[in-house]
Design a protein around this ligand. Structure first.
Ligand SMILES: Nc1ncnc2c1ncn2[C@@H]1O[C@H](COP(=O)(O)OP(=O)(O)OP(=O)(O)O)[C@@H](O)[C@H]1O
Ligand SMILES: O=C(O)[C@H](O)COP(=O)(O)O
Length: 394
């Protein structure tokens, strides 16, 4: 990585504004998945060990520039305190006089969590005044929020122009793993792209077709490809306006010598529920009033084989409606093949695929699970992430 990191800068006694991505799932005021909090611990512990005064900033949810009580960061700060095993203070605002006072009282190694930065309308507008107000709290800026690095916001981008700005340890790791995969991959290199819609994956499919040896398509978006092959898809998800694009992707795969895999059979249901009646059908015979909701057994076998013969696999998006057990087998087969294949370096591109790996209790068998959903997708599209660009070069 060509950006400076926390290891390249003196932190002793410094006030460090550290942007983290604590945008975690919550229910009834409790954190239901603390993966992102745990992922930030190496940086936070490092800052503490170096004797910094650690000021943590994050967004939570999308409060749209207003105070939303349920989106305060108190529960997050409590969970962080449990993991750190030391006191974590919490501010009720994210800048200003009161916060300044709290920071003035901090000792080296103390940790303070600021309030949700998206309570202020200037955050998402990357307002220069707000960025300055954040910068006034600190001597150094650390960005460890890979998950929010695709956003050019005041706390992810604007602030970096006012302070020495370096990457955190999680940020560095994410960029190293994903960057190496795209620039210097071990081969055979396979991308598995699933999820709901072609529309969300156009950029990533297009970019990866220039990089990979194998492209596997699954999930809801596969039906637009099946239609593009000339088959009917019944009530399955279909994006009529993306059929030509799907055709062009298949042509690009051929032109680039990329082995292109799409389902050969699917599991169809008569209802979007666990109690649905199901049938396994070849893609040539999807019945008109049924909906394709998972990959079929032949498809699973083919996909597992490709995975096991790959040295590197990037996976983004489930192969079916994995939230419903009845339609989870395709996604499970992919996760299992990745887990079993110790010779394959597995990179999970965040979001639903990460949730699926957790659901099947295979997350610890994956080599790298990105903490970024949108951010990892944009990175894999070949886009520059504003939160990274703004950091100081080495
Ligand atoms: N055949 C299908 N029919 C309908 N929905 C499907 C099908 N296959 C997968 N899905 C749904 O697609 C959703 C995931 O799609 P999405 O595009 O959001 O994936 P993702 O890229 O992993 O998400 P994220 O944006 O969180 O990274 C899941 O909720 C899943 O149930
Ligand atoms: O959950 C995420 O992907 C990041 O925290 C970014 O959140 P956002 O999509 O609300 O900007």
């Amino acid at each position: 990585m060509n950006k400076k990191t926390v290891r390249d800068i003196d932190l002793k006694g410094k006030r460090v504004f550290c942007r983290v991505d604590f945008n975690v799932p919550m229910k009834d005021g409790k954190v239901t998945d603390d993966t992102r909090i745990r992922a930030a611990l190496p940086t936070i512990n490092y800052l503490v060990e170096q004797g910094a005064k650690v000021i943590l900033a994050s967004h939570l949810g999308r409060p749209k520039g207003q105070v939303v009580e349920e989106l305060r960061l108190n529960a997050v700060a409590e969970r962080l305190q449990q993991h750190l095993g030391k006191d974590v203070a919490k501010a009720d605002e994210a800048f200003g006089e009161n916060v300044q006072k709290q920071i003035a009282d901090m000792n080296e190694g103390d940790v303070l969590v600021l309030e949700n930065v998206r309570f202020y309308p200037g955050e998402e507008k990357n307002d220069a005044e707000l960025a300055k107000s954040f910068a006034e709290l600190a001597d150094v800026y650390v960005n460890d929020a890979f998950g929010a690095a695709h956003r050019a916001h005041a706390s992810t981008e604007g602030i970096a122009h006012h302070l020495p700005a370096v990457a955190g340890i999680l940020m560095e790791k994410e960029l190293d793993v994903l960057g190496k995969a795209l620039s210097n991959p071990e081969r055979p290199f396979t991308a598995i792209i699933g999820g709901a819609k072609v529309k969300d994956k156009i950029g990533v499919i297009d970019h990866l077709l220039d990089k990979v040896d194998n492209l596997i398509i699954g999930g809801g978006l596969a039906y637009t490809f099946i239609k593009a092959r000339g088959y009917e898809v019944g009530k399955s998800l279909l994006e009529e306006d993306k059929i030509d694009l799907a055709k062009s992707f298949m042509e690009k795969a051929k032109a680039n010598n990329v082995n292109f895999y799409m389902p050969v059979d699917v599991v169809v249901g008569d209802d979007f529920s666990n109690d649905a009646n199901t049938q396994i059908v070849p893609i040539e015979n999807i019945p008109s009033d049924w909906e394709g909701l998972d990959a079929g057994p032949k498809t699973r076998e083919i996909y597992a084989d490709v995975i096991k013969n790959s040295k590197l696999v990037i996976w983004n998006g489930p192969m079916g409606v994995f939230e419903l057990d009845t339609f989870a087998n395709g996604t499970k087969a992919v996760a299992e093949a990745l887990a079993e294949s110790t010779d394959t370096y597995s990179v999970i591109g965040g979001g639903d695929s990460a949730a699926a790996a957790e659901k099947f209790k295979l997350a610890d068998k994956m080599n790298h699970i990105s903490t970024g959903g949108g951010a990892s997708l944009e990175f894999m599209e070949g886009k520059e992430l504003p939160g990274v660009v703004a950091l100081n070069d080495k």
